[in-house]
Design a protein around this ligand. Structure first.
Ligand code: CTP
Ligand code: MG
Length: 227
């Protein structure tokens, strides 16, 4: 089946506070977006849609062409929206008609290894309407109300969601067409539309670069000097 990967990179990076959109912040010699795209182009993909911040479409295109090697024809760039959900919707609008499986990936999960893409695609290939990578939760989790501990939550019932999150294209299109609320991930949009979403093993390297400490971690992992 034909796979399309939407890379959402239109966020402002408020928590990273690096003086500009997070996607264009350098990790080593390469940006957050470029590293993410290097992983994306290692996956079996037939289209890559980069969703860029308003006014940075040209920069996003340069990064995508650099990562694409001799597959420049797979690249599309569109402008994102004010929420992640709006940015994904913009990406969906840009998918070619023959794309059958859609993966939505956070550019901020720059170091996600190719095997995670492969696991998600395989789960959908095998019949799941959707599949997302998850990691078990390390901390002991409590339910709280204000400053009061209300209950312990069984960690075995919990998982931390990562990206790329993959779906049958028809399922994701329909779910986005009816979604009203603002969800923080695509699995929630699809689950609200009534579809079962499968879990596949995530990867520690698929962590999201959110804070300056996360950027330092990425720099160390790449063997670069923490700036
Ligand atoms: N994203 C997007 N469009 C938005 C908001 C987020 O494409 N309007 C993307 C980000 O670029 C990122 C991913 O969604 O790759 C996950 O979002 P997050 O880590 O929250 O990034 P930012 O929103 O940029 O960061 P912050 O919330 O700290 O401002
Ligand atoms: Mg955000």
């Amino acid at each position: 089946p034909r796979v399309g990967i939407i890379v959402v990179a239109a966020g402002s990076g408020t928590r990273l506070a690096a003086g500009g959109p997070k996607a264009f912040v350098g990790i080593d010699g390469r940006s957050v977006l470029r590293h993410a795209l290097d992983g994306v182009f290692a996956a079996p993909t037939a289209q890559v849609v980069v969703v860029a911040p308003d006014g940075r479409e040209g920069d996003a295109l340069s990064e995508a062409l650099a990562a694409s090697g001799d597959r420049r024809d797979l690249v599309s760039v569109v402008r994102g929206g004010t929420t992640r959900q709006a940015s994904v919707a913009a990406g969906l609008d840009a998918l070619w008609a023959d794309v059958e499986i859609v993966l939505v990936h956070d550019a901020a999960r720059s170091l996600t290894p190719p095997e995670v893409f492969e696991r998600v695609i395989a789960a959908i290939d095998e019949g799941a309407p959707g599949a997302i990578p998850v990691l078990s939760v390390i901390d002991t989790i409590k339910r709280v109300a204000g400053d009061e501990i209300v209950a312990a939550v069984d960690r075995a019932e919990l998982a931390a969601a990562q990206t790329p999150q993959g779906f049958r294209r028809d399922v994701l299109d329909a779910a986005y067409a009816t979604a009203t609320e603002d969800f923080t991930d695509d699995a929630a949009v699809v689950a609200e539309a009534g579809h079962a979403v499968a879990a596949v093993p995530g990867h520690p390297l698929a962590f999201k670069i959110t804070t300056p400490a996360d950027l330092d971690r990425a720099r160390h992992l790449l063997g670069a000097q923490a700036a």
